[in-house]
Design a protein around this ligand. Structure first.
Ligand code: PHE
Length: 345
C-alpha cells in the first residue's frame, strides 16, 4: 500500500474542501474520496490483504485520514452556511432609494382648534390666551357666581392648594373659558371680538366627560349688539364647521353671567333634522351662549348703558365629535394615544 499516495490524497482532499463554496461542491468531494468507490475507500478495501504486522498500523492511518477529511467537510459546511446567512441578512443594495420614516400628523383636537380659530378669524375675532391657573374672581365671583351659589356646583372645580389672594380669592384650574371674559375687558376697550381657546379642568370622567378638555369662547362687545347678532354668529359657525346644510337654534337656559341665556343646538347631520337615535328630535346640543349680563360688563369696567355683548362657550372635543361622519362614542378615545384610533383620521 502506497503511504505517500495516501498522504497526497489527504492533502488534495483537504485543500479542495477549503476551496469549496457550496454544499453541493462539498458533497462531490465527499463522494470523490469517501464514497463507495472513492479514493480513500479503495485503500480501506485493501486492508484485508495487508500483512499482519502492518495491518493494524494501516488501519489506524486510514481511520485518521478518513476522520480528518470528514472533520474538514463538517467545518467547511458550517462556514458556508454561516456565510450564506450573513449574505442574506446583511447584504443590501446601496443603490435602492431610502425608506421614508412613517410620517405622523397633528392631533385631531389640534386640527379642530386650528379650524375653529380660522372660522372666527374670518369674521374678526382675535384669538387670545389667558391663565389656566386663575383666581376665583375671574372664574366665578366676577361672573356673578358667588361662593356657595348652587349654580356653581355644575362647574366641579379643581382648587390649587394654599394659593389665594385677599382681593381675588382662591386659585383654581379654570373650569371654563368664560374666565377670559373679564381678563379681556380689563385689557382692551370695546369693540371687543375675543376668541379664547384654552384647556379647562373639571372633576369628571365618563364616556362624554374628561377632566381636562378644551373650550372655545367667543365674546363680542360693541354698541348695539343684540340677539340677532348672536344668532348670526352661531349660524355662521354651524355652517362653516359642520357644513352648509346644518342649522343652529337657541333654547332658553340659565347662566349667571348672561341674560338672557341660551343653550345652542346644531341640526343633526345624520338624519338632517328629522330625528334619529343619535340626536334629540333632530338636534344636537353644542353648549351655552347668551347676551353678556350688565353686571359682568360693569365688573369689566364697561358701561352697560353704552355697550352690549354676546358670548358663547363650547367644548372643542364635543363639537368636533359632532361633525358628521365621525362616529366616536367615547370622548376618551381622543386622548388614549392609541395610534390605531388616531391614524384613521
Ligand atoms: N361657560 C359656560 C360653560 O362652561 C358656557 C357659556 C359661555 C355660557 C358663554 C354662556 C356664555 O358651560
Amino acid at each position: 500500500m502506497d503511504i505517500n499516495r495516501l498522504q497526497n490524497l489527504k492533502n488534495q482532499a483537504i485543500s479542495s474542501i477549503l476551496d469549496s463554496k457550496s454544499e453541493r461542491e462539498l458533497e462531490q468531494i465527499r463522494i470523490e474520496y469517501l464514497g463507495r468507490n472513492g479514493e480513500i475507500t479503495q485503500f480501506i478495501k485493501q486492508i484485508p490483504s495487508v500483512k499482519d504486522e502492518k495491518r493494524k498500523q494501516m488501519g489506524i492511518l486510514l481511520n485518521d485520514t478518513k476522520k480528518a477529511i470528514e472533520d474538514a467537510i463538517k467545518n467547511q459546511s458550517s462556514i458556508i452556511s454561516h456565510q450564506s446567512s450573513v449574505i442574506n441578512s446583511e447584504w443590501f443594495d446601496i443603490t435602492l432609494p431610502g425608506l421614508r420614516p412613517p410620517q405622523g400628523h397633528l392631533h385631531l383636537i389640534t386640527y379642530a382648534i386650528k379650524e375653529i380659530a380660522a372660522i372666527f378669524e374670518k369674521i374678526g375675532f382675535n384669538r387670545v390666551a389667558y391663565p389656566e391657573v386663575e383666581w376665583d374672581w375671574y372664574a366665578f365671583e366676577g361672573l356673578n357666581m358667588p361662593e356657595n351659589h348652587p349654580a356653581r356646583d355644575e362647574w366641579e372645580t379643581f382648587f390649587i392648594q394654599d394659593l389665594s389672594s385677599p382681593k381675588y380669592g382662591e386659585a383654581v384650574l379654570i373650569p371654563h373659558t368664560s374666565s377670559g371674559q373679564l381678563r379681556e375687558m380689563e385689557k382692551i376697550k370695546p369693540p371687543i371680538r375675543m376668541l379664547n381657546i384654552a384647556k379647562c379642568y373639571r372633576r369628571q370622567y365618563d364616556v362624554s366627560h374628561i377632566p381636562m378638555f378644551y373650550q372655545f369662547e367667543g365674546l363680542l362687545i360693541d354698541k348695539g349688539i343684540n340677539i340677532t347678532h348672536l344668532r348670526g354668529v352661531l349660524d355662521y359657525f354651524a355652517k362653516q364647521f359642520f357644513g352648509p346644510k346644518r342649522n343652529s337654534r337657541i333654547r332658553p337656559h340659565h347662566f349667571r353671567f348672561t341674560e338672557p341665556s341660551f343653550e345652542v343646538d346644531v341640526s343633526c347631520g345624520i338624519c338632517e333634522g328629522r330625528g334619529c337615535k343619535l340626536c334629540k328630535g333632530g338636534w344636537l346640543e353644542l353648549g351655552g351662549a347668551g347676551m353678556v349680563h350688565p353686571q359682568i360688563l360693569k365688573n369689566g369696567g364697561i358701561n352697560p348703558e353704552v355697550y352690549t355683548g354676546l358670548a358663547f362657550g363650547w367644548g372643542v372635543e364635543r363639537t368636533y365629535i359632532m361633525k358628521s361622519g365621525l362616529n366616536i362614542d367615547d370622548i376618551r378615545f381622543l386622548y388614549n394615544n392609541d395610534l390605531r384610533f388616531l391614524q384613521q383620521f
